[in-house]
Design a protein around this ligand. Structure first.
Ligand SMILES: Nc1ncnc2c1ncn2[C@@H]1O[C@H](COP(=O)(O)OP(=O)(O)O)[C@@H](O)[C@H]1O
Ligand SMILES: [Mg+2]
Length: 242
């Protein structure tokens, strides 16, 4: 299968600080769910930030649909179809659900079109229509994460990157978040997610990437990673019962 996005052995760090990523690579296939796992501090969040243009890439390349993204600004990368939901979700707490969804489409510059898309997203996530007048900051963690994920659909991106969408959520709600990812994937939106609970993340994904000390150690089909005794021992042990 052809790759939608390719990260080729990148080196990147914050400002003029030390390299955090060194030898990070991954391939992203259209329509699939991809999961990056690895210990705390491995550079998972840094990798997502480097892909979306928030971090200068010192070496290596990021290739999206055949185009080199190195050096583009975050808004330019967003316009090309890569949407990033950071760990802190970046919702506007004092704006309503509807206003948050509309903000998701501001770069379209077409208010009527944004309204149509907001309506379509609300059709798909009735809870958001129900809560459309509520301030985002007053919703539960699960509802906020639903809003953050649903908001990405307004732009109809090719790729949505999610940094630990399950963080702090109860297990039942986490299952709902994975269901939403499957809804996005069924719409043709490719998912690249970082997940702290490696076993759970891989079980819900097609493709897995093991990152440690800023470097990709392994990538391949998720079931292959789950079944690999060495990876189990090093990276899946603590979560084996999950
Ligand atoms: N804004 C930042 N400025 C400088 N260093 C950072 C910043 N954010 C993260 N780091 C460093 O980058 C390394 C990797 O962090 P991160 O990508 O957040 O790891 P992970 O998401 O895998 O837990 C850590 O050593 C962390 O201290
Ligand atoms: Mg992180």
């Amino acid at each position: 299968m052809t790759e939608l996005l390719e990260v080729r052995n990148i080196t990147a760090g914050y400002g003029s600080g030390p390299a955090i990523l060194e030898g990070a690579h991954l391939t992203v296939k259209p329509g699939k769910i991809h999961c990056i796992i690895g210990p705390n501090g491995a550079g998972k969040s840094t990798l997502l930030k480097a892909i979306c243009g928030m971090l200068h890439i010192r070496q290596g390349e990021v290739i999206f649909k055949g185009e080199r993204l190195n050096g583009l600004r975050p808004d330019q990368i967003l316009r090309r179809g890569i949407c990033f939901v950071p760990q802190e979700r970046a919702l506007f707490a004092k704006m309503t659900v509807r206003e948050n969804l509309r903000m998701g489409g501001y770069i379209l510059g077409d208010s009527a079109e944004v309204d149509r898309r907001v309506d379509a997203v609300m059709d798909r996530f009735p809870i958001l229509r129900e809560r459309s007048g509520q301030h985002a900051g007053t919703m539960s963690g699960g509802q906020q994460q639903t809003l953050a994920m649903a908001r990405t659909m307004i732009l109809k991106p090719d790729i949505v990157m999610l940094d630990e969408p399950s963080l702090g959520l109860a297990p039942k709600i986490v299952r709902e978040m994975f269901e939403i990812m499957k809804v996005l994937a069924a719409e043709g939106i490719t998912i690249l997610l970082v997940e702290q609970n490696a076993v759970m993340g891989l079980k819900n994904s097609d493709w897995g990437v093991v990152l440690d000390l800023g470097r990709t150690l392994f990538e391949g089909p998720a079931e292959q990673i789950l079944a690999d005794p060495r990876i189990q021992e090093l990276y899946l042990g603590a979560n084996r019962a999950a």
